[in-house]
Design a protein around this ligand. Sequence first.
Ligand code: M6R
Length: 597
Amino acid sequence: MCGIIGYIGKKPATPFLISGLKRLEYRGYDSAGICVLENGALEIIKEEGPIKMLEAELANKILNSTIGIAHTRWATHGRPNKINAHPHFDCQKKIAVVHNGIIENFQALKVLLESEGHKIISETDTEIIAHLIEKFYVDNLEKAVTETIKCLEGTFGLAVMCATEHKIIVARRGSPLILGIGENETFVASDASAIIEHTQQVIYLKDNEIAILSEDGYSLKNINGELLTGETQEIKWTIDEIEKGGFKHFMLKEIFEQPKTIANTLRGRVNNGSIKLSVNLDPKKVDKIIITACGTSWHSALIGKYLIEKIVGLPVEVDYASEFRYRNPIIGPNNLLIVISQSGETADTLAALKEATNCETLGIVNIVGSTISREVKSGIYLHAGPEIGVASTKAFTSQVTSLILLALYFEEQISGEVDRELINELESIPQKIQSILDNAKEIKAISQNFIGSHNSLYLGRGINFPVALEGALKLKEVSYIHAEGYPAAEMKHGPIALIDENMFVVFVVNHGPIFEKVISNIQEVRARGGRIITITDMDNEVIKKLSDYVIMVPSVSEELSPLVNIIPLQLLAYYVADLNGVNVDKPRNLAKSVTVE
Ligand code: M6R
């Protein structure tokens, strides 16, 4: 949560800070602020609300400073107002701090600092960091920051400036920070999207590392002050991949990118009908798989359970990461813990991963170099490119694709055989998704009927039950319409009581053994006056008669059906939200990357 950007070089810092903040706004948009060093004094300008409020405030100012730090906030400690906005000062306004993360011992530190005379004005945990640095500061900011972080419990990505030193000191523990290495300039940011238009050379900071950025470049140290050599990596994403590419919102762009992103997830991993994954573990030694994740990634995990149990025959447990870590999970040495995370930074998922001290771990992650990707023993990158829309879409289909690849890989490693037909079919999925996208106008027209609705039910069975959950999550996240996902057959055990002519019910039903059973569920909703949208691959007269709207999808094997069925549900959520006037890329109260528990 929260986004940080910092710049030091030869050019005015403010334009870099503002453009970086705009790219980081998906991480939080409760308030934004910058700090620059002007004529030997630190100047902080901050505003409540999105970056454009800050930008408007800055329009009347001339700032020539070539050094600065900035922050966009997703509120944790303290309301989203101007006082709580970052950067935060110490008592003398000589030290300014921006912070992403949560300081767990901030109350105790606050009491201590106040007893020593410090005046703390905000409700944030961040402000105490500025005062602690002030307490330790003699004449060296780096030393004061090092002493300070030794006192902090919790998580932080920090960037700090001091009025008497032309430097930015950054430090991390648990919250992501990267350095961008340019010519005669250095950046720090929460992620690459903020700096990629200026440099593609980056260093991912590790926990307890401190970087000193000056006009001459940077140096990296550990918490004991020993010099380190950071590993510079090249980011391959282009700025075009990050921009909206002509679409109204990132979410829509990312929905339409899915034929390409799924192809990217598959690229190089299917070779002559065989699956190639760089997974350093022997599936023959695995006796149980546990998958843990949050949100959309948890829905992928549920699909993964279905796929692995069906294709590989290994038992799979799925848990919300936030529950897993607090329920004393029984993890055996022959178990495999799979963690799924688009960002690779979700705090609950990371904490769940840390529970697995005695077994193999595998990450399915999008962001290269993210914390989870570094902490797992082996992994599969999604290669879906940056996902900027807060509502996850293309990451979901790439996660499901990765899980299909993993199941097929395990099958081949364990039995020496693999379902080649399924592999061939998997390779045709991008084209099938394209055919649904080509029909987006039809879904847009149907979405108009949702206007004014307040409640909806999404129903599916088997591997399509998690698809119903994901469809419902998408609708509620971006349109604020209440949506509940349910296994279709469970409807009669309770939710059926909700059905009347104001209730929209979305069915996901494919050909196969349970087709007729779902038809009975559709009958039950029709009989109670519910309004029905059916997503199906069956050109079936009964469905047409019972449903108000039918959205046809290409017919594929059951294992692959989530990949096609989710597409109309994503489009439906997007169009309903856009018609309702919601800023789809920045739905209220949400942040893209939940790096706090
Ligand atoms: O980055 P992660 O995949 O770990 O994120 C997990 C959830 O926070 C995320 O999927 C969230 O539910 C999205 N807003 C869903 O659209």
